[in-house]
Ligand binder design. Structure first.
Ligand code: AHR
Length: 497
């Protein structure tokens, strides 16, 4: 049998753009056990003095998130933010209609801010444009960012937080194109409401950065018309257009599933074109970028009905090896599209379609934990436009696709290089030469690899290391080249300096 070979060519002058640190973000929703029993669990032996789980905080630190979006999600569109601030014993217990769950409001805006401070991440808050009004939105900006001396800013001070939080990133509602959304609007109605909310939010704080809702997936019948209309209505008021997408191997077709990056790229390309079109049409000098603020694999667990209970087990998806390889490609796409894509939030961060699962006293890192941790910790500086020579794999959905899915970064400040490669083949190893064409590192410091033979392999509390990242030896270059064998079904990360 012949061994397959490939070449990956890097040139630090061939750049795509600066990698925004906000591409490594997360999303925490009041849904299932993400907040309660996940982030916040005063009953747990791991709880700190605020009720936050120390073990969860430690695992999230490994994921190196730079921004976290909150409080939803579909939950947002029925949420009254005033319910979640002030003395805990006075906070109302309500029905959350999005997930048919009981919301105790013991965790709210101030607790989320404390959580972000502990993690040293930026908060990204959503305003309710479903049942909420533009006044509610402006008042929340005042609560978070206002200097003392007016009603809502003074409410924050009275709640024990004298200094403004200066929240910079705000989402104008959630998935407002979806008929399932509480207070769903058509595209013209949404555009107008978002524009008016944006206006008053910026009256409160002109420095805020606003994300207008794009389509809730590339499969919506109104995509990408919704995006065009929302942008045309709000262009000068907003800074980002949101994207949401959940991938899955719904047909049991692993070859096509492992080529999903093709779909992710075309989704970005269409919306990048829409941004250019609207900017041109409006003769604007203003720029709007993309915020992929919900992304993940989600298709196996569809339990979304909380049956009016507290912290029900909802969509606790169990991830396997093929899911981890799809997540790795998604991260590659973020780097390859970093000229237009500036924010991305993994949905979600704990228990609910998440890299971390908890019980009262234990924590499990799922398979997708590892690619996220590797890329968020090692991709820095400039994303490089990589030239590759690679064999192909044939897929039913996308035809022939490159066997290797590659991205790379170079940080001119530290001289660190990183190369990220998924081998999509289910059967073939590929001997790969990584060739640095200009700036050559003195050695490959480390090689990290996630690999396996069973695409359905998972991690469990009993066997937590079914699919993990392992460190292999690096070594010196042969001239300007480093060669290594990439096993089938693998994600390999080279770090060099
Ligand atoms: O992340 C779970 C849900 O998926 C979110 O609440 C919603 O925005 C999306 O449809």
């Amino acid at each position: 049998m012949t061994t397959l070979s490939a070449q990956v060519y890097l040139d630090t002058k061939r750049t795509i753009g600066e990698i925004s640190p906000l591409l490594f973000g997360g999303f925490a929703e009041h849904m299932g056990r993400c907040i309660y029993e996940g982030i916040y669990d005063p009953q747990s032996p791991h709880a700190d003095e605020l009720g936050l789980r120390r073990d969860v905080l430690a695992a999230l630190r490994e994921l190196n998130f730079r921004i976290i979006r909150y409080p939803g999600g579909n939950f947002l569109s029925g949420y009254r933010w005033l319910d979640g601030v002030g003395p805990r014993e006075q906070r109302p217990i309500r029905r959350d209609m999005a997930w048919r769950s009981i919301e105790t409001n013991q965790f709210g805006t101030d607790e989320f801010m404390a959580f972000c401070q502990r993690l040293d991440v930026l908060p990204m808050l959503g305003v309710n444009l479903g049942t909420g009004t533009i006044a509610d939105a402006a008042n929340l900006v005042e609560y978070c960012n206002g200097a003392p001396g007016s009603y809502y800013a003074d409410m924050r001070v009275a709640n024990g937080h004298p200094d403004p939080y200066n929240v910079q990133y705000w989402c104008l509602g959630n998935e407002m194109d979806g008929p399932w959304q509480i207070g769903h609007l058509d595209m013209d109605e949404y555009g107008r409401k978002a524009r008016e909310a944006a206006k008053v939010m910026k009256y409160q704080d002109p420095t805020v950065k606003l994300v207008v809702c794009g389509s809730s997936s590339a499969h919506m019948p109104t995509y990408p018309e919704w995006d065009r209309v929302a942008l045309e209505t709000c262009w000068e008021q907003v800074d980002y257009l949101s994207m949401h997408y959940y991938a899955g191997n719904r047909d049991g077709d692993t070859a096509s599933y492992l080529a999903q990056a093709v779909q992710f790229e075309s989704y970005v390309d269409t919306l990048a074109g829409t941004l250019r079109y609207v900017k041109g049409k409006l003769r604007s000098r203003h720029n709007v970028f993309l915020s992929w603020d919900e992304w993940n694999v989600w298709y196996k667990n569809q339990q979304m009905d909380g049956q009016w209970t507290r912290a029900p087990h909802l969509i606790e998806e169990v991830y396997n090896l093929e899911d981890a390889l799809v997540v790795a490609q998604w991260l590659n796409v973020f780097l390859r599209k970093c000229d237009v894509l500036k924010i991305a939030c993994l949905a979600q961060i704990v228990n609910v379609i998440a890299p971390i699962l908890t019980t009262t006293d234990r924590l499990l890192k799922q398979t997708i934990f590892y690619p996220v941790a590797l890329v968020s910790n090692l991709a820095r500086g400039q994303s490089l436009s990589v030239a590759t020579k690679t064999p192909v794999v044939n897929t039913q959905q996308f035809g022939d696709v490159p066997m290797l899915d590659v991205s790379a970064s170079y940080d001119p400040e530290t001289g660190r290089h990183a190369v990220f490669v998924v081998n999509r083949s289910q059967t073939e190893a590929v001997v790969t030469d990584v060739i640095w064409q200009d700036v050559t590192p003195s050695q490959v410091n480390a090689v990290h690899q996630i690999a396996g033979t069973d695409v359905k392999a998972v991690n469990t509390f009993e066997r937590p290391d079914g699919v993990v990242s392992r460190q292999l030896a690096g070594g010196p270059l042969d001239g300007n080249k480093f060669s290594l064998r990439l096993p089938p079904l693998s994600f390999t990360v080279l770090s060099a300096a």
